[in-house]
Design a protein around this ligand. Structure first.
Ligand SMILES: Cc1cc2nc3c(=O)[nH]c(=O)nc-3n(C[C@H](O)[C@H](O)[C@H](O)COP(=O)(O)O)c2cc1C
Length: 326
């Protein structure tokens, strides 16, 4: 049982506080132990795990941008079996009440389903509290279209994962679509317990000395402060359209005020990603800032979630987005 002003629930998942570490930026929960104790976080999400290990993409795999970074890691990971055997025991010994969310993916909907079945079978050994489903992967059997951008494949993935597990399931949405809301609605329809948003945005940089893209794969995923307003936009829109669907918000959070914006936009909890590469103490500092804010204002995280929908001009949530730009 978790209680107090910082406690929050994301659907069936109770958290001691709303600050989690985002997938791919925190190893398997084992990467930041020399900076702060794992057990102070609300939780953390593992690097995306496939059933089998993967090497990932050719180098260079990261490049800085003026307000963030591009990565094309290519979902390099140790594979599910090695995670359970080699990583989970130490992480579970260190995490206290912080929640362990395993992020999973596959090359086709059937691979996701099979891995979800393995997670369910190993859930005690893995010690995991929930699954986050990364749909930002190519559907290899269908010619490589991104699953997170194709509603048919997306539905098949969520349905398959849901069929195999009673763990809480959060589907991590891609922002690389015209409208994120139908994907969130589909996740809810298929029985997901909530959504995580956003993953990275497509981007590219060119090396002007060679005239070639900097990244080994050409394009990559943009993260960091540049994407904060994009994430807030989609969290707000998803909360407006689907007020009962729990949201884990991600994208460009650097300060506790950024986190507060996401909570007010409609999230129940937030994840910190790229900021940790600049400041390894980012997550605990964000947590301390939120704690001070709640204490000073005499409020709670639960009360703050969705505040922008209740107090903003335009509260009452227009069914259609207005015209914003010139
Ligand atoms: C180097 C790097 C690796 C990432 N790897 C994963 C991953 O394996 N699975 C995943 O779902 N998201 C991955 N992400 C996306 C983050 O979890 C997050 O959604 C995104 O970076 C936006 O948040 P941020 O701006 O706070 O970093 C990765 C991001 C970065 C920067």
């Amino acid at each position: 049982m978790v209680a107090g002003p910082l406690a929050t629930t994301v659907g069936p998942l109770a958290l001691q506080n709303p600050v989690l570490a985002a997938s791919g930026t925190f190893g398997y929960g084992d990467a930041f132990g020399s900076f702060f104790p794992l057990d102070i976080l609300g939780g953390f999400v593992t690097k995306t795990l496939f059933a089998a290990p993967r090497d990932g993409n050719p180098a260079p795999r990261i490049v800085e941008t003026s307000a963030g970074m591009l990565n094309s890691i290519g979902l390099a990971n140790v594979g599910w079996g090695a995670f359970v055997r080699d990583k989970a025991p130490a992480v579970n010994a260190a995490r206290g009440s912080a929640r362990l969310i395993v992020n999973i993916a596959g090359n086709a909907p059937e691979e996701y389903q099979a891995l979800a079945a393995a997670v369910e079978a190993d859930r005690a050994a893995a010690g995991c509290d929930a699954i986050e489903v990364n749909v930002s992967c190519p559907n290899v059997r269908e010619g490589g279209t991104h699953i997170g951008c194709d509603l048919t494949a997306f539905r098949a993935v969520v349905r398959g994962v849901r069929a195999e597990t009673t763990l809480p399931v959060f589907v991590k949405l891609s922002p690389n679509v015209a409208d994120v809301v139908p994907f969130a609605a589909c996740a809810a329809d298929e029985g997901a317990d909530g959504v995580s948003l956003i993953n990275t945005l497509y981007g590219m940089r060119i090396d002007t000395r060679t005239g070639r893209p900097v990244l080994g794969t050409g394009s990559g995923g943009l993260s960091g402060p540049a994407i904060l307003p994009v994430g807030i936009h989609w969290v707000y829109r998803v909360r407006a359209a689907l007020p009962d669907l729990p949201i884990l918000a991600i994208g460009g959070i650097v300060t506790w005020r950024d986190a507060l914006e996401y909570l007010m936009a409609g999230a129940q909890a937030i994840q910190v990603g790229t900021a940790a590469f600049v400041n390894p103490h980012a997550a605990p500092e964000i947590l301390a800032g939120l704690a001070r804010y709640c204490a000073t204002r005499g409020t709670t995280i639960a009360a703050l979630s969705g505040a922008a929908h209740r107090s903003a001009p335009g509260a009452g949530q227009p069914a259609e987005p207005p015209v914003w730009t010139g």
